[in-house]
Design a binder for this molecule. Structure first.
Ligand SMILES: Cc1cc2nc3c(=O)[nH]c(=O)nc-3n(C[C@H](O)[C@H](O)[C@H](O)COP(=O)(O)OP(=O)(O)OC[C@H]3O[C@@H](n4cnc5c(N)ncnc54)[C@H](O)[C@@H]3O)c2cc1C
Length: 499
């Protein structure tokens, strides 16, 4: 018999309904009662439309397949992120969900590529990445299951309509007995002795009690922030962007199989292609551009805008503790890092998994709470470092914002990583990192940062053998891309039946 018999989720945005659907599925057939309260007056953020490949594992664990989710969310396929203008005004590179070339003798492919370059090879690094080359050519294919060669390793995520995704999960959760309350919390009652959350008083006059609460109330952070007073750690000294304007525009063809992020005067602009529209937004630092000018800059870079831009101000950072007393925060209430690498939904997924694994079946033991908080903090810090990397390596000369980003102090954890890579081509991997070495490599090479020299062992390969092997790799990538479908052709088979 579990200590926790009732659980209340506060918030019906992406975080709330993902949590409700996943916990309803996981605890189906037990006595745990799950309820979700969402306010009919307070809207969800409604952005959050680019994901990472782990989203596919998330919905597969609920029994949904790619076709169902692409159809339900008017989604498109995402092979990676295209960074335009980040290194300098004319640069462009892709961060794919996949690897580059083939490693040999436990030595990273970058070392073989560097040696080939020293011998006169002109082949660009990304020509050895299937994910990059499919994306560059607007092609899409499902990856080969269990490929023989790492050259064939790539993965994909989705661009999806956030509201449609939340609705899809809502239906799923309600079918699995999640009790839904459309109501606004007006008061949070705490137990006198322990300070634990006891009850929620709703605008309708109802009172809801539970043993365990999950705060998915977004930036308002109704439970963990407001009621329990857990402080927020502010990272705005490390990540300067604190605002966004966003607006949908008409969809255009061909549909790119990637998210596009373009550097602008004081930040960057996203472009997320869906089947029925394109999501756009300008994430910027209000210290370097005023809101009105930022809005004008966004609109100047859009065509066929479908709605007035919406505005949001945010503080990059994380909650000091994501689990406090009998409350766990998931989603924006637990922290926020700008959406450059589409990590917020991925962080929701890992938080849900952790809640399942550390579920307080035997009560609120400090060991499980500490473990939860330690992992959450590290996950956020690792993602933060990866995002800072994109700013630190820029060489743009056009604005104060970019000069400041280049000159900024960075966390020691990141500094150590960059130096080990620069000096020895070594990929330092910390615990709880979301991004694999291949992702770090994609950003380093996109910013023209390469190790000082290649690994000595590479010299043991005869030069002809190296050249022939690299040519064969490139040819294999080219052949795969030639035979793949156009992204739009692929999507046509998934189109929602509107008749
Ligand atoms: C500009 C921007 C772009 C983003 N882009 C991406 C992206 O591309 N990829 C990605 O992964 N993530 C992205 N994100 C993050 C993503 O939007 C969020 O992680 C995701 O939407 C989850 O939000 P949420 O559910 O935590 O909060 P919200 O969507 O804000 O939902 C909060 C819920 O709480 C309810 N609520 C609040 N107060 C009360 C109350 N008193 N009583 C009852 N209910 C209440 C509201 O009604 C609502 O249902 C982006 C975020 C921003 C700001």
């Amino acid at each position: 018999m579990s200590y926790v018999k009732s659980l209340v989720i506060v918030g019906g945005g992406t975080a709330g309904w993902m949590t409700a659907a996943s916990l309803a599925q996981h605890f189906r057939g037990t006595n745990l009662s799950i309820s979700l309260i969402e306010s009919p007056e307070i809207d969800t953020v409604g952005v959050g439309e680019a994901t990472t490949p782990t989203i596919r594992n998330f919905y597969k664990s609920l029994g949904m397949n790619d076709e169902q989710v692409l159809t339900a969310t008017n989604g498109t396929c995402k092979l990676g992120i295209k960074f335009d203008g980040w290194l300098n005004e004319s640069s462009s590179f892709i961060h794919p969900f996949g690897s580059f070339g083939q490693d040999l003798k436990n030595v990273n492919f970058i070392h073989y590529w560097l040696k080939a370059k020293s011998l006169g090879s002109q082949t660009k690094f990304d020509e050895y990445s299937l994910g990059c080359m499919l994306a560059h050519n607007n092609k899409f294919s499902q990856p080969i299951p269990n490929p023989q060669s790492s050259l064939a390793v790539f993965d994909w995520a989705l661009h999806l309509d956030a509201k449609l995704f939340a609705n899809h999960l809502k239906e799923y959760a309600i079918e699995r007995d999640v009790k839904h309350h459309s109501d606004t919390i007006e008061h949070v009652g705490l137990k006198k002795d322990s300070g634990y959350i006891d009850s929620l008083t709703l605008a309708s006059g109802k009172t809801i009690t539970a043993d365990f609460f999950i705060d998915c109330s977004g930036f308002r952070s109704v439970l963990i922030g407001k009621a329990l007073g857990v402080p927020y750690i502010d990272w705005s000294e490390l990540l300067l962007c604190d605002s966004a304007y966003f607006a949908p525009s008409a969809s255009t063809k061909p549909t790119p199989p990637y998210t596009q992020v373009t550097a602008r005067t004081a930040g960057w602009q996203w472009r997320i292609p869906l089947q029925h529209r394109t999501g756009n937004g300008y994430v910027y630092s209000s210290k370097f551009i005023d809101d009105e000018t930022a809005k004008t800059e966004l609109l100047a870079n859009l065509e066929d805008v479908m709605d007035e831009p919406k505005f949001i101000r945010f503080t990059p950072g994380r909650r000091e503790k994501s689990w406090y007393k009998n409350c766990v925060a998931i989603g924006l209430s637990s922290g926020f890092l700008e959406p450059l690498e589409s990590t917020s939904i991925a962080l929701i997924e890992t938080a849900i998994e952790r809640v399942k694994q550390l579920f307080p079946t035997n009560g609120f033991d400090p060991y499980i709470i500490d473990e939860y908080n330690e992992v959450s903090a590290l996950e956020y810090e690792r993602v933060r470092d990866f995002i800072i990397l994109h700013y630190k390596l820029n060489q743009r000369k056009d604005s104060e914002f970019w000069s400041k980003c280049r000159a900024m102090d960075i966390p020691d954890t990141l500094d150590k990583k960059i130096n080990l890579y620069k000096h020895r081509g070594y990929f330092l991997r910390y615990r709880w990192e979301m991004f694999h070495p291949a992702s770090w490599q994609a950003i380093y090479s996109g910013f023209n940062l390469y190790p000082k020299s290649y690994d000595l062992s590479v010299d043991s390969l005869p030069n002809d053998y190296l050249t022939t092997s690299l040519n064969a790799m490139k040819e294999s990538v080219t052949n795969f891309v030639t035979n793949a479908k156009d992204h739009d052709d692929f999507l046509r088979t998934y189109k929602r039946d509107k008749t």
